[in-house]
Design a protein around this ligand. Structure first.
Ligand SMILES: CC(C)(COP(=O)(O)OP(=O)(O)OC[C@H]1O[C@@H](n2cnc3c(N)ncnc32)[C@H](O)[C@@H]1OP(=O)(O)O)[C@@H](O)C(=O)NCCC(=O)NCCS
Length: 143
């Protein structure tokens, strides 16, 4: 694959099958098992950015859900395995959060996985409890 570029997109810019292929490539079956939910998630995101190879292949995606004033929630950052460790994940986060630089709370929730932890801490994100003892994070997963 050739060098990638990162840019904003809308859900309408994306072929549902290329999106599913990207999510499949990182094993995110929670989305790929529910394509209609994934399509609604992309359409409902406040800001969506993608990475494409020079050949136009979808190589990565990140999206933010936000009120544009007090919170920007980074939901999904994924890079195709063929393109990982080339700075694309970092570039996607920078582009995804670019419209929200004045927003104080920039948050995310992710799996307890060493690669993810290394990635987010390398980019300056603090883990609640471990790196950021002043805060607590609470979540309710409704299955
Ligand atoms: C996590 C993910 C998005 C990182 O994307 P990426 O393009 O490989 O990340 P980058 O190349 O921008 O990495 C930036 C830095 O993060 C750190 N990092 C990234 N992945 C890492 C890993 N697997 N192990 C250790 N450190 C890692 C490194 O410090 C890296 O800099 P370096 O390569 O110069 O050492 C990618 O591995 C991925 O899509 N994983 C599957 C989906 C996922 O788990 N997403 C995160 C949760 S939402």
């Amino acid at each position: 694959m050739s060098r990638c570029t990162v840019h904003p997109a809308t859900a309408d810019d994306l072929d549902p099958e290329e999106v599913l292929e990207l999510y499949r490539s990182v094993g995110w079956t929670g989305y790929t098992d529910r394509p209609a939910v994934l399509a609604a998630a992309l359409a409902g995101s406040t800001h969506l950015v993608v990475a494409r190879t020079g050949d136009g292949v979808l190589a990565g995606l990140a999206r933010v859900v936000s009120d544009r004033a007090t919170i920007a929630y980074l939901q999904d950052v994924l890079v195709h395995p063929d393109q990982q460790r080339r700075g694309l994940g970092a570039a996607l986060i920078t582009a995804a959060l670019a419209p929200f630089t004045g927003v104080r709370q920039q948050v995310l929730l992710t799996d307890d996985e060493p690669g993810s932890r290394a990635f987010y801490t390398a980019l300056g994100w603090a883990e609640v409890g471990a790196d950021e003892p002043r805060l607590r994070a609470y979540v309710r997963i409704v299955d």
